[in-house]
Ligand binder design. Structure first.
Ligand code: THU
Length: 146
């Protein structure tokens, strides 16, 4: 992997600075690493109609696919926590791992390139690292509709 994991986690933490999360106060950043070395960052975007809020990982997938990416996903880092007055996030003791909907969205992008990306959840002082296939076993995906 060309990009060290610590750099990818730093990119997720940086992305969280742009979260729009006035309702939950929980700022999340995601960073997707591709096989050409590119990193795509995004943050969560909430809405006054709470249920419409968008997760950081979903926004990152949408951003990457809008840039034309169709596969090549090798790793995903996620960081979340409360923001301080300067906008920096304080990681909690538990890692933020993707919600169910985001696992499915990540699977779509991964499946297009036949990769099983490593998912890295950042906590204060530790990282949880698991393949996406372990987080979403027996996933439904493009192959089912072929
Ligand atoms: N959130 C994410 O961005 N990613 C996740 O994987 C879990 C939750 C966001 C959604 C909402 O804006 C806030 O965190 C609190 O649930």
């Amino acid at each position: 992997m060309s990009e060290p994991i610590t750099d990818l986690v730093a990119a997720a933490i940086e992305a969280a600075r742009n979260a729009y999360a006035p309702y939950s106060g929980f700022h999340v950043g995601a960073a997707l690493l591709f096989d050409d070395g590119a990193v795509v960052q995004a943050a969560n975007v909430e809405n006054a109609s709470y249920g419409l809020s968008l997760c950081a990982e979903a926004n990152a997938v949408a951003r990457a696919m809008t840039e034309g990416r169709r596969g090549g996903l090798v790793a995903v880092a996620i960081a979340g926590g409360k923001a301080d007055a300067a906008g920096a996030i304080a990681l909690g003791p538990e890692p933020v791992m993707p919600c169910g909907r985001c696992r499915q969205m990540l699977h779509e992008l991964a499946a297009l390139g036949d990769t099983d990306p490593e998912v890295i959840g950042a906590a204060d002082g530790s990282l949880t690292r698991l393949p996406l296939s372990a987080l979403l076993p027996h996933a439904f995906g493009p192959a089912n509709l072929a």
